[in-house]
Ligand binder design. Structure first.
Ligand code: ARG
Length: 450
């Protein structure tokens, strides 16, 4: 039987049932029971139901919660949603008094509460997973020590940097991704219970009490807003989407670096897959799938925004679709975080030193230090580069004499700055590509990780 059979003379058609029932809310089971336990406690203390009735219902719900945690709760075909399933089971356990559980409540505030409880829990899991990935990047940054690599702009070699600096760039991006989940929790931390169907209730409900029982910092200010709004769901999905953009960029490099052409990284067999046709292949499939799954998450995040944009106040059944989308985004993000942490942990990085061309900017800055305006210094080194190219030479064949000929303020010894490692060691900017900066970043990130 449905929760709304009273005014209906026909039973629901199979077509209606098949189309409207969505089982994805079953994963909200624990949260749904948690909310009901708080709700019935409040019904008892406010005298809306008797203390004895509240205790009986509360005991029944606790037993159902045990079943949920033990994974032994059984859903039935006739359960329209997770709320109906719990109430059906409660009736089986405590009898007719179960009919008082839904007093002063609607599935509209209830579903909103369930999602809030769920996202509050999962946000913490995602933050922990992001931190594990940061930890694996920090470990690898320490492993590679002072290995020098090129930075890239336009996918062209740019400047000499410690390879660790490159790895740690991702650590900082991920830290912001984690912070975003934490910041968002402030807006999830609002209990909608008591908003009822949309306009509140004529019963003396105590929303503050239920909010406090569930550890919510706030209650709603407007009952319509409480049941109609899903901005916290799309915000959660955005947090997933932005994290996936970071992971997708990292994946792209993990794939690129594993090519024969780059050969900057090797992965252990256990983290790669083979080809059914080409016996020599060893593919970085985990990173490719993370890059692929980012498309799913970005799609889900925009799907959630589109889902809300044309809805009149307040609850509309369209909103049922928010769960599939946000779960999709959340699952893909969680799985990707775990996969990439394993890949980074198992990787052996052996970046190649850059060509000497990457020292060009540092050479220009040698002249700047001696009073030459940067624009002129840039031009001088630019002409030097062009002359070398015209002569069929590279920066490797640059001599002190070439430098002196290029500008009178160069000395023969300045040729040492055309070596990527020495050029890197000249970097002094805080946060720049130097070992001093890398060591400081490592220290700060370790403090953050605790
Ligand atoms: N399954 C619904 C959802 O996910 C629950 C709320 C149903 N409310 C209603 N008035 N039909 O949104």
């Amino acid at each position: 039987m449905t929760l709304w059979s009273g005014r209906f003379e026909e039973v629901p058609d199979d077509v209606l049932w098949g189309f409207t029932v969505d089982t994805s809310d079953r994963r909200l089971l624990v949260d749904d029971i948690t909310g009901s336990i708080a709700h019935v406690h409040m019904l008892g203390t406010t005298g809306i139901v008797s203390e004895t009735e509240a205790a009986t219902i509360g005991d029944g719900l606790s037993a159902i919660l045990d079943e949920a945690w033990a994974d032994s709760f059984e859903f039935k075909d006739g359960d329209e949603d997770v709320h109906s399933a719990v109430e059906r089971r409660l009736t089986e356990l405590v009898g007719i008094v179960a009919a008082k559980l839904h007093t002063g409540r609607s599935r509209n505030d209830q579903i909103c509460l369930d999602i809030r409880l769920y996202l509050r829990r999962s946000a913490h899991v995602r933050v922990d997973q992001i931190k594990s990935l940061i930890r694996s990047l920090v470990d690898q940054a320490e492993n590679v020590g002072d290995a020098v690599s090129p930075s890239y702009t336009h996918l062209q070699q740019a400047q000499a940097i410690p390879f660790a600096h490159h790895l740690l760039a991702y650590a900082w991006m991920l830290k912001r991704d984690a912070d975003r989940f934490t910041d968002m929790c402030e807006r999830v931390d609002v209990s909608p219970l008591g908003a009822s169907a949309s306009g509140g209730s004529s019963l003396p409900l105590d929303p503050d009490q239920t909010a406090a029982l569930m550890g919510f910092a706030n209650t709603f200010d407007n009952s319509l807003d409480a049941v109609a709004s899903r901005d916290f769901v799309s915000e959660y999905a955005f947090c997933c989407a932005q994290t996936m953009v970071t992971l997708s960029r990292l994946s792209e490099e993990l794939i690129l670096w594993a090519t024969t052409e780059f050969d900057w990284v090797s992965y252990p067999d256990r983290h790669t897959t083979g080809s059914s046709a080409m016996p020599h292949k060893k593919n970085p499939d985990m990173a490719e799938l993370v890059r692929g799954k980012s498309a799913i998450v970005l799609g889900a995040a925009s799907g959630l925004l589109i889902l809300q944009k044309g809805l009149p106040m307040t609850y509309n059944r369209d909103l049922q679709e928010d769960k599939n989308l946000v779960f999709q985004a959340d699952d893909a993000t969680g799985g990707s975080l775990v996969a990439l942490a394993a890949m980074i942990e198992g990787a052996e990085f052996h970046p190649r030193e850059p060509t000497r061309w990457v020292t060009a900017l540092d050479l220009a800055e040698v002249l700047v230090e001696r009073g030459v305006p940067f624009r002129i210094a840039h031009e001088v080194i630019g002409v030097l580069v062009s002359d070398l190219v015209a002569d069929g030479r590279t920066m490797d064949q640059l001599t002190g004499a070439d430098l002196v000929a290029a500008h009178r303020l160069f000395t023969i010894d300045d040729v040492q700055w055309s070596n990527p490692r020495t050029s890197m060691e000249r970097r002094i900017t805080p946060g720049g590509g130097s070992m001093a900066s890398v060591n400081r970043q490592l220290e700060d990130l370790k403090t953050y990780l605790g």
